[in-house]
Design a protein around this ligand. Structure first.
Ligand SMILES: Cc1ncc(C[n+]2csc(CCOP(=O)(O)OP(=O)(O)O)c2C)c(N)n1
Ligand SMILES: [Mg+2]
Length: 759
């Protein structure tokens, strides 16, 4: 193939930093100077090249999608200069991905790289009612009319085209894409209707630098491992390889050598600069993925034009020669030559189409900049954490068929509510049985949760009752567990993922912080990934652990926008709260974290050995703990309010007895139960009712919940109320008895209460 003649960069009048003008000029010059041999006009219904299934008609459509994407990139920079658009990461050089837009279906869920303009243009081509150019500009200009995020971000996304909006965090979308691929067959197996056809594949694209990210590596591994487990995981993993990650170069051969023989993944290398070539290979890759229902790695070689983003001056880290060499490989130049050489269009006709597309983009931009923006915090947060309180209450109390339930449990006398009072872990187990029976679309998964029944036996026997399709062990990768939960949620399933210990949530936090909790926000509520994330948590385990099994840090959870956090301290609350948490996920698509205090799992006694006062009867179906409602012990006491949660509840109840017996101080103990959002109004009322308030927070002093509680009380009551906090120390929890020195103790509560009341 010939290179475009002339060297735009060398021309005196050209500003070498204005690569938009140079790339545009290169294209125009190719057409203006084209003097290839005249060919007769072929039948556009015929293949462009011998042996290629790509017709002339299809080629011209793909080319138009490429031009559309290119002009959107150009115009985004014009608008940026006028401060009318706010995003200039473009797709220039990657426009070969238009082929993916054509060869996959609009019902194939897509988790896309940020350079997917041409893919999107092509996918939207046959979607009635979608004005792709205008919609993209509404997104670039952050207008509320943007149909994806309503102005919250510039994302590639579309509910009707099954393009799930992505965050800017590279690689973070891979686990959920693999999760969704696994979910399609899983749902069918469970008899649950999926929102996409049964033979859908999941498209997931990313850059070449992104393949090095641990999040991506976990997803590749999980997808490939699924093949060895005979689990269907039809995910098309598309690496758009431009050889650069901003300024860092990908070593030659790295992507090929890494993936050519990756066990479980089928590798397809494709030239993304040549539409005919790309079409040929992508067809095979899509077919393998769709028909064999297995993961495929498509290595699409592309170039990056116009720098990483509008703000990136490429010439600071690449030579002018190298930049010009890359620009000479512009896929639009290649496509133009293919079209010219085939005789499908003349140079003038191509130029006319190119100018027409530009005109359409300019016209749409002129309209888009005038559209309204988000104007209030209220409007912005509206889709973040929907809570249909009444519907949730009704759903949490909704009964299943009584006869079926009796049969499930083996007769009326075997119903859990007919049994004796029980401790926390047994109650959670029973509650999960009831909920999995109530929700046929629910699944429970995590490390060791199936046959072993979990490290603490909380999930024991669930697999026997619901089968290994619904209760299963996952790979040992918390990011993947949470990605799987999101992907299954998109398939219409209701996931109960488990993280074995709170410390191991922290190494996967972004999957909740950056991904799961942002989905409704960035899709304006059009997509949702409901889940009830169970985490064995908090300190005070006797004889086992040290920090990693006694993690008392919940600060990283509490500041995640939209996340609801439940933390029961006793069995009956645990069941009632689990019912409400599940209803919130079911009705409003919420992500709810359910912290299970490990040290209380087996606790049966409150004051004396064998008093069994921390065992409670199973709440019959129909009873639930309302979201955001705390529990008060002994509201007749007004000397002191002790505000606490988790292990602090037991410690405080024991301390309250000592306070009454030895110090004649009557304390009411208040269990928050819901740690995010905090039941602020209730906290205020309780503080009002008592002379003094002691906050007992087993979390750390910095970032712990006590800071928020103190603030809430002061904001509510003013600064006159005597107030104190007892918290964990800012440290990791050490092994063995040393742990007692860094966590609140019963004696510490008594001492602080006495000092506070005597002050
Ligand atoms: C987790 C994370 N770290 C860093 C960044 C900043 N960043 C944005 S794009 C990028 C380079 C990505 O390169 P590649 O995956 O090759 O995609 P390309 O931009 O070349 O298409 C980096 C480092 C990010 N977005 N996310
Ligand atoms: Mg790259």
């Amino acid at each position: 193939m010939s290179r475009p003649r002339g060297d735009a960069g060398a021309e005196a009048a050209v500003n070498i930093f204005d690569r938009v003008a140079i790339v545009d000029a290169n294209f125009r010059r190719l057409l203006n100077e084209w003097d290839g041999p005249a060919t007769t006009r072929p039948d556009p219904a015929e293949p462009v090249r011998e042996g290629s299934p790509l017709t002339g008609e299809a080629l011209l459509e793909l080319f138009e999608s490429q031009m559309t994407s290119r002009h959107l990139d150009f115009v985004s920079r014009v608008l940026r200069e006028r401060n009318q658009s706010f995003y200039t990461i473009g797709s220039a050089g990657h426009e070969g991905n238009a082929v993916l837009g054509r060869l996959t279906r609009p019902t194939d869920p897509a988790f896309l790289h940020y350079r997917s303009g041409a893919l999107m243009a092509e996918r939207s081509r046959h979607m009635p009612g979608i004005d792709f150019i205008y919609d993209t500009l509404l997104s670039q200009t952050a207008s509320v009319d943007d149909p994806v995020s309503n102005g919250r971000h510039k994302v590639w996304g579309s509910a009707p085209m099954w393009v799930l909006p992505q965050t800017s965090t590279i690689a973070s979308h891979l686990p959920k894409a693999v999760g969704m691929a696994i979910g399609i067959r899983r749902a069918l197996k469970m008899g649950i209707e999926t929102p996409v056809p049964a033979d859908s594949i999941v498209v997931c694209s990313f850059g070449d630098a992104s393949i090095n990210h641990s999040t991506a590596l976990g997803a590749f591994s999980a997808a490939a491992r699924a093949v060895y487990q005979q689990i269907s995981a039809p995910v098309l993993l598309v690496c758009e390889d431009n050889g650069l990650g901003i300024s860092a170069r990908t070593p030659k051969g790295w992507v090929e050598d890494r993936f050519r023989q990756y066990p479980g993944l089928r590798y397809y290398p494709a030239n993304g600069l040549d539409l005919v070539e790309a079409d040929r290979v992508v067809r095979q890759a899509v077919e393998t993925c769709r028909v064999q229902r297995r993961p495929v790695f498509l290595h699409l070689k592309v170039v990056r034009l116009l720098g990483h983003a509008g703000s990136d001056v490429e010439l600071t880290y690449r030579s002018q020669k190298e930049v010009e060499r890359t620009e000479a490989d512009d896929p639009l130049l290649h496509s133009a030559r293919i079209v010219l050489e085939s005789g499908l269009l003349s140079a003038e006709e191509i130029l006319k189409r190119y100018n027409d597309v530009r005109r359409r983009v300019d016209e749409a931009a002129a309209r888009a900049v005038k559209r309204p923006k988000l104007t209030s915090a209220e409007e912005i947060v509206a889709p973040l954490a929907p809570h249909s309180a009444d519907r949730v209450t009704v759903e949490a109390a909704r009964l299943t068929d009584a006869t079926e339930r009796e049969t499930f449990w083996g007769g009326p006398d075997k119903l859990p509510e007919a049994g004796p009072p029980r401790h926390l872990s047994a109650m959670i187990n029973l509650g999960l049985h009831d909920l999995m029976a109530k929700y046929p679309n629910s699944l429970l998964f995590g490390e060791d949760v199936a046959v072993k029944g979990g490290v603490y036996h909380v999930t024991h026997d669930l697999w026997k009752r619901f089968g290994l399709a619904r209760v299963f062990n996952t790979v040992l990768d918390e990011q993947m567990i949470l990605g799987l939960a999101q992907g299954l949620g998109y398939c219409g399933l209701l996931p109960f993922p488990e993280i074995q210990y709170l410390a191991y949530f922290h190494n996967a936090c972004d999957q909740i912080r950056g991904e799961a909790c942002s989905t409704q926000f960035f899709s304006a509520g059009q997509f949702r990934n409901p889940m009830i994330l169970r985490i064995a948590a908090l300190g005070y385990q006797k004889g086992f652990g040290g920090h990693f099994h006694n993690d008392n840090s919940i600060a990283a959870l509490r500041d995640i926008p939209g996340l609801a956090i439940a933390c029961p301290s006793r069995g009956d609350d645990a069941v009632g709260m689990l019912r409400t948490a599940t209803a919130m996920a079911h009705i409003d698509g919420r992500v709810v974290v359910y912290l299970e205090p490990i040290a209380l799992y087996g606790t049966k006694d409150l004051y004396e050995e064998a008093d069994n006062r921390w065992c409670f009867p199973y709440p019959p179906p129909g009873e639930a703990v309302p979201f955001g409602e705390g529990r008060a012990y002994d509201e007749s006491a007004t000397d002191l309010a002790i505000l606490t949660y988790g292990n602090g509840v037991l410690l405080s109840l024991r301390a309250a007895r000592t306070l009454q017996d030895k110090h004649r101080i009557r304390a009411r103990v208040l269990d928050l139960r819901w740690l995010n959002p905090l039941p602020v109004a209730w906290i205020g009322r309780q503080a009002d009712a008592c002379d003094r308030v002691l906050v007992v927070d087993e979390g750390r002093r910095t970032g712990g919940i006590a800071e928020a509680l103190m603030t809430a009380i002061i904001e509510h009551t003013g600064s006159s109320k005597p107030l104190r906090r007892l918290t964990g120390v800012d440290t990791y929890i050490p092994l063995g008895p040393a742990a007692d020195h860094v966590l609140p103790s019963e004696e510490g509560i008594v001492d602080n209460a006495v000092e506070l009341c005597r002050a």
